[in-house]
Design a protein around this ligand. Structure first.
Ligand SMILES: NC(=O)c1ccc[n+]([C@@H]2O[C@H](COP(=O)([O-])OP(=O)(O)OC[C@H]3O[C@@H](n4cnc5c(N)ncnc54)[C@H](OP(=O)(O)O)[C@@H]3O)[C@@H](O)[C@H]2O)c1
Length: 253
């Protein structure tokens, strides 16, 4: 395969040209009992090889991949599109971390790979960009910058979070046209619950869910316990069976 699967190209309009603002995709992989990780946030391999490859194609269709700082700490992910053929020279997506208190561990793998400028599979990587609160100490900011991260202070909302409504302008100011938000649970929850814009349009343009045929039982839900009230209605767009998994594309109603 030398380009993204047709069903993604047809149903995921990540080009912002048509909407005049950054395209925001929310995505995750879940079990049949709506869990995205095991007990205590333990990583569980949910996606099979076909849907994992699809996720990497989806990453290549966005300028940036965004996660919450807990996912970075718990999973130490690479946030790359390593499964795509290297001969295609597809530019790596920009890793973005939502990290209000700048808890970012300087031992993170994405930082190590950036500092050596080469990932395990010999591909180029991008510098991790960490979006934090404006009130983080200069000393802490310097520590992370010296370790190789780019620190981007922004105003926080009343909960001390980077509010979903502020994300489009943050993204645009960074010169990015699309972002794929990959989790974890708390970040997914705030973006699922976020209200519409003043003009009635949705902040989140696409929702892509991979459902794996397994149960996790005790574990981390798609949204944290108690936050499953008031979840939005989803408008169904497409389902694709990829190996053992079902990949569903929706939008918020
Ligand atoms: N299956 C999947 O597709 C998938 C994908 C990704 C992650 N995961 C799993 O998700 C788990 C981690 O989820 P999590 O809920 O603990 O953490 P998370 O969502 O990764 O990170 C949450 C943290 O991000 C910060 N934050 C900044 N802005 C935020 C906002 N608008 N909304 C929410 N948080 C914001 C807060 O940091 P402060 O507390 O410092 O303020 C918050 O505590 C891991 O177990 C990981 O394996 C699964």
């Amino acid at each position: 395969m030398t380009s993204p699967p047709e069903f993604l190209k047809n149903n995921l309009p990540t080009s912002s040209a048509s909407i005049g603002r950054p395209h925001i995709t929310l995505t995750w992989a879940q079990s049949l009992d709506s869990k995205i990780a095991g007990p205590g946030g333990q990583r569980v391999i949910l996606s099979g090889k076909e849907s994992m490859l699809m996720t990497h194609w989806m990453r290549s269709m966005h300028d940036a991949i965004l996660i919450g700082v807990n996912t970075l700490i718990l999973d130490d992910p690479r946030l790359q599109a390593n499964l795509l053929p290297p001969s295609l020279n597809i530019p790596p997506p920009q890793p973005l971390i939502l990290d209000p208190k700048l808890r970012f561990p300087v031992t993170a793998r994405i930082l190590g790979e950036w500092n050596t400028k080469v990932s395990e599979r010999g591909r180029t990587v991008r510098q991790p960009w960490i979006i934090c609160g404006e009130d983080v100490s200069l000393k802490r900011k310097e520590q992370v910058e010296i370790a190789g991260g780019r620190v981007i202070p922004v105003p926080l909302d009343e909960r001390g979070h980077i509010s979903p409504s502020s994300l489009p302008s943050i993204i645009s100011n960074l010169g990015l046209k699309s972002v794929m938000i990959e989790g974890g649970s708390k970040v997914l929850s705030t973006f699922l619950h976020c209200p519409k814009r003043h003009d009635g349009s949705n902040l989140v343009d696409s929702v892509v869910i991979t459902v794996a045929p397994m149960f996790i039982g005790d574990g981390i839900g798609v949204v944290p316990q108690g936050e499953d009230i008031g979840l939005p209605k989803l408008k169904y767009i497409h389902t694709e069976i990829m190996g053992k998994d079902a990949v569903m594309i929706c939008s918020k109603e």
